[in-house]
Design a protein around this ligand. Sequence first.
Ligand code: NAI
Length: 410
Amino acid sequence: MAGFSESKNVTIFGGGNGAHVLAGTSSLVKNAHVTVVDTFQDEAERWTNAMAANGFTMKYSNGQTKSQPAGAVNFKVTKEVEANVRNADIVILCMPAFLHEMVLTNIASYLQDKCVLVGLPGQAGFEYQALAILREHGKKCSVVSIETLPWACRIVKYGQEVEVLGTKEEIYASQIEQIKSKDTDSNSSPMGQVQTILGPKPVLKREMNIIKYTFLYRPTVHPPIMYAKWKNWDGKPLETAPLFYQGVDEEAVKYLDGATNEMIEVANVLASKYPNMDFSGISPMKECFIGEYPDQIEDKQTLLSCLKTNRAYDGLVHPMKKTADGKLEPDFKYRYLMEDVPYGLLIIRQIAGMVEVRTPLIDEIIVWAQAKLGTEYMKDGKLCFVDRKHGRLPMAYGINTIEEFVNFFE
Ligand code: NAI
């Protein structure tokens, strides 16, 4: 069995779908001693009780099952933060991005310098957020940010059973070492340690250019579709939830393509300003979808046809919530806006401003989304100051110019 050659204390923060799979997976790795720290409501208690009575099971879509019987589960769940951060070799945040600031500020003073701090997923901006907070506490930990969650997954029974619907083949990761390791074994590098925890799949691909990495999260997918669908909504509840990807029209395609092309233009300006940095591979929307779903799209002619005929999107609907009379209305606080605007689109918007690229379509989407999210991000065509509570823009971490951004990671 692959694993660590010596004992590693792995502390996972989180209590949702991803944290369940990560706890189950990492606790089967040789020499990994796994603790989940979950401070949210009564989750730690519920999870602990459920495992004590029923064990812990991961079910995969190919029929495979990995079970740890009651009384012999190889990890524990607790609310205790300090001791489990102080003794950790690896700390992994596995939760939605809006929680990262709170957790990072709560744990920074307890971290050992040798600890590897991981965002799984990190999503756009985790690197400078984590590095800024570590520096504020005089800490020298390494930082690894994983592009997205390795699994499509959902909890079946809280604390005892989770379903893994799919595992990604390859995902991007970034790595920052504040103290350069002398060890040349790639398995013991910060990223190598995360790979050991995840096992063979997905393969982590290192992205060296952290500014480009910010673009690879592609925050120009969900907000444009939400905007096109709901910008003229009359407020009347619906009987059924509309299809999300397969329900797009020419208007949605205009914003999907247009916002992505504005982002590509920003990357092109950066590429000519910094010829030694690689900004390649930020593809137009149609290419992205074909790359991701080569076998599931029936008609690859246009972006519209790619979305409408992608079998992987069968049945995926807009996020909706129930009204008092049992009908449906759009849920604007779902992650498609709540995460992808303040932890995605706004970051691109600030970088565009740094290099003086105009982004009229992205601006239009932000101005609409800010009313739904209840925070003012833009006024009179200009970005407002957005603090750490309301997003993860570089400006909240003291980064105001492109030079400051490039130099931040030196
Ligand atoms: P989740 O939605 O299951 O996370 C919910 C958990 O977050 C809660 O159980 C609780 O532990 C914690 N939490 C929520 N509100 C809190 C609060 N106010 N204070 C403290 N803790 C709080 O998240 P999930 O599904 O594990 O996803 C993690 C990230 O990965 C998200 O950013 C998600 O967008 C992304 N992702 C998820 C996928 C999936 O299949 N689940 C697929 C791709 C990405």
